[in-house]
Design a protein around this ligand. Structure first.
Ligand code: ATP
Ligand code: MG
Length: 303
């Protein structure tokens, strides 16, 4: 199974290109899960269907889903506040419960929620899907999303280490104070510790996503505007910092090569740059599917 991410500056044609690939592969008989994690959704606009919740088969072999960022972030926060309150129940005596409600305003919640939703979607459908096509959010959020599993793994390792130290100290206090120990209720066994268990769940999800990202095909969509090239270079460098390479570059809405186009080809001379022609009717599914005919094979072949 292949996972393909479409990245690029706003308006260059990420959603359109992801639609092209999704329709192309589905019309050739491949089972496709086309998912948008862009808060400004337009999968439905492009596919010409009414917005819907969850995943739905919008064409034969083509399952589409728009992850509602706002709803999924809200749900993620509520679920995690509840989990934290449950995990740290014993802190109730210190009246620290309210501190968890502040999580609502914590930075990083959007990318955490969106990557969790993406991981769930991939897990749910990967057994019956040949290709997952992902339309990504704007660059800043997209880069944070890709970086998240890498940073999470480092943090989880550190937090687990600290947690084990805390449990070790508790054990010492418990053995000295016996039934008078304030930690008697909280427990001191690593195997039974709810915090370590939660960290384990997060570690598993982060490793799963890290593997998905490391194995994915990243398609950079750009056009011949100078600002698109500037952002493309930032994306390339940002992804390179976390060890993710760009597999293919689409020079979209192509009519005639200009200076920026030449610079783009030069900047990505170690990659295949495909000129994707400007098409008159991007709302036509057949036209979209045909647009990908020139490059879809490069993706399915890229390792
Ligand atoms: N090959 C093409 N030929 C002609 N028009 C195109 C082509 N690709 C995209 N477009 C048009 O460019 C506009 C932007 O495309 P699209 O919405 O796919 O970009 P995007 O990168 O997803 O934008 P956003 O960052 O806002 O999500 C749309 O009007 C779309 O129809
Ligand atoms: Mg888009």
């Amino acid at each position: 199974m292949r996972t393909v991410f479409f990245v690029g500056k706003g308006g260059v044609g990420k959603t359109t290109s992801s639609a092209s690939l999704a329709f192309h592969l589905a019309s050739a008989g491949g089972k496709v899960y086309w998912v948008s994690i862009d808060p400004a959704h337009n999968l439905c606009d492009i596919a010409g269907c009414r917005p819907f919740r969850g995943a739905r088969e919008i064409a034969p072999n083509l399952l589409a889903e728009e992850i509602d960022m706002e709803r999924c972030t809200e749900a993620y926060i509520e679920k995690n506040i509840a989990r934290m309150k449950e995990t740290y129940r014993y802190l109730g005596i210190l009246n620290l419960e309210g501190a968890f409600d502040i999580l609502r305003y914590s930075p990083g919640m959007e990318e955490a929620a969106v990557t969790a939703a993406l991981a769930d979607g991939i897990r749910r459908y990967r057994e019956r899907i040949d290709c997952i096509v992902v339309d990504t959010p704007p660059t800043g959020l997209m880069l944070r999303m890709f970086a998240l599993p890498f940073t999470s793994i480092l943090w989880i390792e550190k937090l687990s280490e600290w947690r084990r130290t805390i449990l070790g100290r508790r054990k010492t206090v418990n053995s000295i104070l016996g039934k008078d120990s304030p930690y008697r209720e909280a427990g001191d066994e690593a195997g039974e510790d709810p915090v370590l268990r939660e960290l384990g769940v997060e570690a598993e999800r982060a490793s799963f996503l890290k593997a998905v990202f490391a194995d994915a095909c990243v398609v950079l969509v750009t056009d011949q505007e100078r600002l698109s090239l500037d952002e493309s270079l930032r994306i390339r460098d940002g992804l390179a910092r976390i060890g993710i390479g760009i597999s293919l570059v689409l020079l979209n809405k192509f009519r005639a090569l200009n200076e920026t186009g030449k610079r783009t080809i030069e900047a990505f001379s170690d990659r295949t740059v495909v000129k994707v022609p400007f098409v008159e009717d991007t709302a036509d599914r057949k036209v979209l599917a045909e647009t990908a005919a020139g490059w879809a094979e490069l993706i399915t072949r890229t390792e």
